[in-house]
Design a protein around this ligand. Structure first.
Ligand code: PRP
Length: 217
């Protein structure tokens, strides 16, 4: 995919040496779980911050301790997080670290390891989700099947595409294409776009199974 950062509604984190260093750690098969968790969390924090940058603001003036007015801004609108269980739950704390007591919904989708097709098992979302900006959380976007199914659930609950920000650590050109073919107005915020999927629909070069590495191995 050429110049992905220029694609509409794909916000790729700046590929700084720091970020590339973080990805080199989590991609390595020699990285143990505690380091994998620590460095993934650092990337997640960057994704959340980039997502928060996208929220609308309004002018808001405050008075400083010097009794001088400062013309700043205040956030407009409420947000919530929705994680695609299991791997997406790893991103909840990063959102909570930035937004105290943020509401979190969950959608349980698992990809069948044989067919690579996603299946929806469970959803629990805030009642007023249609009135909120939604941070959809899943570290991996491979074929896009899981994210599309989760987004269908959000849309069926009245959430507008323009109010969804999909945060992930790693994606593929195919996943972005498939997702945007259905939801062109949803911003994908990612830290990396891999070259391709292999015949088992895994990201290549990838980082393995994120959920296993974050929670189990
Ligand atoms: C992984 C990942 C995504 C999905 C990506 O989850 O976290 O949800 O696969 O693949 P797709 O874009 O082709 O749908 P998995 O189903 O392995 O479950 P997990 O969260 O328990 O690891």
């Amino acid at each position: 995919m050429s110049a992905p950062e220029e694609q509409k509604n794909v916000l790729l984190l700046p590929q700084t040496n720091q970020l590339l260093g973080l990805y080199s750690i989590i991609r390595s098969k020699d990285t143990h779980r505690s380091d994998f968790v620590f460095y993934s969390d650092r990337i997640i924090r960057l994704l959340v911050e980039r997502g928060l940058d996208q929220l609308p603001v309004e002018k808001h003036t405050v008075t400083t301790p010097l009794n001088v007015d400062y013309e700043g801004v205040g956030f407009l609108g409420k947000i919530c997080g929705v994680s695609i269980v299991r791997a997406g739950e790893s991103m909840e704390q990063g959102l909570r670290d930035c937004c105290r007591s943020v509401r979190i919904g969950k959608i349980l989708i698992q990809r069948d390891e044989e067919t690579a097709l996603p299946k929806l098992f469970y959803e629990k979302l805030p009642e007023d989700i249609a009135d909120r900006y939604v941070f959809l959380l899943d570290p991996m976007l491979a074929t896009g099947g899981s994210a599309i199914l989760a987004t269908d659930v959000l849309i069926s609950r009245g959430v507008k595409q323009e109010r969804i920000l999909f945060l992930n650590l790693l994606t593929s050109p195919e996943g972005i294409r498939n997702y945007h073919a259905k939801f062109p107005n949803i911003k994908i915020i990612t830290g990396g776009i891999d070259d391709k999927l292999d015949d088992k629909k895994r990201l290549v070069p990838g980082l393995g199974d994120f959920g296993d590495r974050y929670y189990c191995i």
